[in-house]
Design a protein around this ligand. Structure first.
Ligand SMILES: NC(=O)C1=CN([C@@H]2O[C@H](COP(=O)(O)OP(=O)(O)OC[C@H]3O[C@@H](n4cnc5c(N)ncnc54)[C@H](OP(=O)(O)O)[C@@H]3O)[C@@H](O)[C@H]2O)C=CC1
Ligand SMILES: O=C(CO)COP(=O)(O)O
Length: 332
């Protein structure tokens, strides 16, 4: 049993907090909104971000006070929207205990810098590599909040840190595997969201399994090429965090990215799809970062480029798919 603090009481932060509490830990959620803090602390409920759960565990509380939130934390979990993480974490830089492990649940690349969340978290907190852990896998929050069986990957270059976090989040319905490939986990989690936008768009436009399978497979090839160029272990892409998360995210209306894409495919504008999104669709800002990282690493990113034309120029689903085909016939 350890003291764990989760920064960000969104859908996944709150769900992962419940997993940690079910595993027997003392869990403190930190959130900005007083309504969310009071809901969790006084009524064991997050009606704003996780209304499907009637009552969160008794060993789960919340505070809006940053210092109080992390004072006794042995593990600090970051579950903040990726584009807001650097700024939000700056306020915790001098507060997190010097021996605490910091875990990122986030799936996105930072727009403007093209940095992964392991880089952003470590820079923002001035955190050494051996205290950083990434968690990534096919983890649709609503299913895990209902305690449906699922697995994830807990990655760190420090095996002691990954083992400690894996032990802390292991329950009879949530099974963690460990890995030392932090870069692979980060790249898989971030890039599959861009693929899910495209699959969702094709589904929303009315296309079926073949089109979805084509986008997912070409997306996996793009994800693998860029991930390897960034330093990832190719094995990670065929695991839970790679293919596993692609299957879950690209196949479920519970995914915000899939749903965002689906709404675009049905004819909504980016602004309209943003307005009706039930939480952050990380693939939207991450698309630009993937295109830019591809340029930087000299890796073609046709799917991310096509999605960026959808997001910025409003091209249709047919045009997006046309860009994926390209003009030449090439070897697969
Ligand atoms: N939902 C899921 O199934 C999964 C999500 N993830 C990843 O986890 C991360 C969080 O997702 P999730 O919890 O579902 O997202 P939500 O959209 O439900 O919540 C986003 C969280 O980020 C916080 N946030 C946004 N801006 C700021 C800011 N400026 N300062 C502080 N906090 C801020 C929000 O706080 P506030 O409530 O105050 O707006 C909220 O707690 C994402 O990167 C996502 O890709 C990973 C696996 C599964
Ligand atoms: O990462 C997820 C599932 O593994 C959640 O996907 P969304 O962020 O698209 O909801």
């Amino acid at each position: 049993m350890v003291n764990v603090t989760v920064l960000g009481a969104g859908a996944w932060g709150t769900t992962f907090g419940q997993v940690l509490a079910d595993a027997g830990n003392n869990v403190t959620m930190w959130a900005i909104e007083p309504e969310i803090v009071e809901g969790i602390r006084d009524h064991h409920r997050n009606a704003v971000r996780l209304p499907s759960v009637e009552r969160l565990p008794e060993n789960m509380t919340a505070t809006g006070d940053r210092a109080e939130a992390v004072r006794n934390a042995e593990i600090v979990v970051v579950a903040i929207a990726a584009q807001a993480a650097r700024k939000a974490l700056a306020d915790f830089r001098d507060l997190i205990p010097s021996n605490a492990i910091v875990v990122s649940l986030m799936k996105g690349l930072e727009r403007g810098t093209n940095k992964r969340m392991d880089e952003v978290v470590r820079e923002a907190l001035d955190l050494p590599e051996n205290r950083f852990v990434a968690v990534s896998g096919p983890n649709l929050s609503k299913e895990i909040a209902a305690r449906e069986p699922s697995a994830t990957v807990v990655g760190s270059t420090n095996p002691y840190a990954s083992a400690k976090v894996a032990n802390a989040c292991s329950t009879n319905y949530f099974h963690p595997f460990t890995s030392n490939d932090v870069i692979g986990l980060e790249m898989c989690g971030s890039l599959k969201n861009v693929v899910a936008l495209a699959v969702g768009m094709a589904r929303g436009a009315g296309y079926g399994e073949n089109t979805a399978a084509m986008i997912e497979t070409r997306g996996l090839a793009e994800l693998t090429a860029l991930g390897q160029a960034a330093g990832a272990d190719p094995k990670t892409f065929s695991g839970l965090a790679g293919v596993g998360d692609l299957i879950a995210t690209c196949g479920s209306p519970l995914s915000r990215n899939y749903t965002f894409g689906s709404n675009l495919g049905k004819g909504l504008s980016v602004e309209e799809a943003t307005r009706v999104s039930n939480g952050v669709a990380e693939g939207v800002p991450t698309t630009d970062a993937v295109v830019s990282l591809g340029d930087q690493l000299h890796v073609p990113t046709p799917l991310a480029c096509a999605m960026s034309h959808v997001l910025h120029e409003g091209i249709s689903c047919e045009q997006m798919l046309g860009e994926l085909f390209g003009t030449e016939i090439t070897a697969e």
